[in-house]
Structures are given as structure tokens and as C-alpha cells.
Design a protein around this ligand. Structure first.
Ligand code: PEP
Ligand code: MN
Length: 298
């Protein structure tokens, strides 16, 4: 069978036999998803996982406040960057180890599992001591030494799609992690570069990839509507669209709506307020109930 575009099933089997749904060694059939467990949270069952939090960890107070927002809205996990991949080296790079310590403490104090980005293969173990799940960012999707290192380390990995990556390249990246014996991989579509990128939104959210990826691999896939759009008022509709197209979770950036809260130092334009997160979670949980037995991709 040919996937629309350039890659065929034969190509996928060659690039990523370990994570392809079509290889005979796996028993996931045509639709079943591999479950990835991060503490008590499970990716890949019928219940979409909601991860939310700040773009970057800026203080204990900010992170704790937003963790309480995530919890009270019914979210499952806390996100937050301690090491930030910024276009300019002159921009805020994150709090580094101090940010990891804050995330660890907030995770411990609220019970929320933590996901944070690791950019340097030499820091995988150190970041892994603080985090429950390691994020590979879009810019590092093809950093092969980093993929090998998180594969060897063994903790669950959130693998974002490279902003210009094909499906084959993305699954090839997942294969590097799986080849080291780590199948706790969750894929994350976060928008791709295409002709109108930057004109009305930051990237183009590729919803078409969701049914394609669910057909090609048994790994769970979630969507980041925040980086995909870059515009706060697009995040809610993009989240709904993603869930309707088969996303098994969402990764969302939020900020406090208190008048005296400092403006986020990173990605302020795409951060949604707590009431918007609440509506998104209500939509996701409501759809879950409406679609019991009727989800084409479940
Ligand atoms: C992030 O989620 O913090 C991030 C930087 O995203 P991306 O790698 O998708 O740009
Ligand atoms: Mn961000």
C-alpha cells in the first residue's frame, strides 16, 4: 500500500522495522496502541493525556501556581523548560539545573508527573534524575547521539517532530530510541514549516499526519497546539481539531491571568489562560464520553 506522498510501506519497514505497525514481530494489529506509562499516567489508551505548563520555568512560585492550574483544570502532567532551545543565543536560555530543581519540587508537592526538554547527550542522566519524561525538541529530532542516549537511559521519551521532518524521518528518529531497547516513546506533532508559516501563525499544524501515523506505527501520538500555532486564540480550536483527528493527548503552554503576574519570558503570545485550558479539558473529557465505542482510531 502506498501512503499519499513519496514513502511506501516498504520504505517504512526498512527505516523503522521496530516501531512500524506492519512488521510481523509486533502484535498490535491494525489499530491497537502501545501503552506508555509515566508514573500513574498512561499514553495510548482511550483517555487522551493533557500536559500543560509554562514554556519556561521561571520561578518556584510561577511553576507551582501553574501546576495548581493544571491540576484544578483536570490536566494529567506538568511541562516546563529548564533548558530552552532559542533561536538567538542572546535570548533567555532557561534556568538550567535550577529550573530542574524547581520542576522536581513542584512535581513532588503536587503529585504531577514532569516532562522537560533535554538538549545535550551529556546531560541526559542529570535531567532524568529530576524528570519523569524526557522531551526531545523539534530542533533535536535528528540529533542521533542524543536519541541513542535517551534510548539507553530508558525513561519515557516525548519525541517532537522536527519542524521540517517527513513522517519517515520522524519514525526513523523514534527507531533510534527503540533500537536501544526503549519503547516508551510518545510522538508529538508540533507544527511544520510550510509556505505560509509565519504569515498568520507560527507553523502549520499538520493534522493529516495523525491518521497516517496511527496507521503506520503503534506508538502513541499527541499534539502541541501551542508551538504549532504560536497564537493563543488559535490554541483551543487547534486542540479540538487535533483530538478529532486522533491525537491521544495534548501538550499546551499556559500562563497566569493574574494582573500582577510577570509576562512569560518565552513564547508569551501563545500562552493560554486558565479558563481556556479548562474549556479544552472539558471538551476532551466530554468527547471521551461521547465517543465510547465510536473512535475510529481507538
Ligand atoms: C517546547 O515544547 O518547549 C519547545 C521548545 O517546543 P519545540 O521543540 O516543538 O519548538
Ligand atoms: Mn515554548
Amino acid at each position: 500500500m502506498t501512503i499519499a506522498g513519496t514513502a511506501t510501506t516498504a520504505d517504512f519497514k526498512k527505516i523503522c522495522p521496530l516501531v512500524s505497525r506492519r512488521t510481523t514481530t509486533h502484535d498490535y494489529g491494525a489499530t491497537e496502541t502501545h501503552r506508555v506509562h509515566v508514573k500513574y499516567v498512561t499514553f495510548g489508551d482511550d483517555r487522551p493525556v493533557i500536559i500543560a505548563g509554562p514554556c519556561s520555568v521561571e520561578s518556584y512560585e510561577q511553576t507551582l501556581e501553574l501546576a495548581h492550574t493544571v491540576k484544578s483544570c483536570g490536566g494529567d502532567m506538568l511541562r516546563g523548560g529548564a533548558f530552552k532551545p532559542r533561536t538567538s543565543p542572546h535570548d533567555f536560555q532557561g534556568l538550567g539545573i535550577e529550573g530542574l530543581q524547581i520542576l522536581y519540587e513542584v512535581g513532588r508537592d503536587t503529585g504531577l508527573p514532569i516532562v522537560t526538554e533535554v538538549m545535550d547527550p551529556r546531560l541526559v542522566e542529570q535531567v532524568g534524575e529530576y524528570a519523569d519524561m524526557l522531551q526531545i525538541g523539534s530542533r533535536n529530532m535528528q540529533n542521533y547521539p542524543l536519541l541513542v542516549e535517551v534510548g539507553r537511559y530508558g525513561k519515557p521519551v516525548l519525541l517532537k517532530r522536527g519542524m521540517a521532518a517527513s513522517l519517515g524521518e520522524w519514525l526513523g528518529a523514534a527507531e533510534y530510541i527503540a533500537k536501544e531497547g526503549n519503547f516508551s516513546i510518545v510522538l508529538c506533532e508540533r507544527g511544520i514549516k510550510a509556505y505560509p508559516s509565519g504569515e498568520y501563525s507560527r507553523f502549520i499544524l499538520d493534522l493529516n499526519v495523525l491518521p497516517a501515523i496511527r496507521q503506520e506505527t503503534f506508538l502513541p501520538v499527541i499534539v502541541d497546539p501551542s508551538h504549532a500555532t504560536g497564537v493563543a486564540n488559535m490554541v483551543e480550536p487547534a486542540s479540538r481539531g487535533a483530538i478529532e483527528c486522533g491525537a491521544q493527548g495534548l501538550l499546551i503552554e499556559i500562563a497566569s491571568d493574574r494582573k500582577d503576574a510577570p509576562k512569560p519570558r518565552c513564547d508569551a503570545a501563545q500562552a493560554i489562560d486558565p479558563p481556556t485550558l479548562n474549556r479544552i479539558v472539558e471538551f476532551v473529557r466530554g468527547r471521551e464520553l461521547r465517543s465510547v465505542g465510536a473512535n475510529a482510531y481507538a
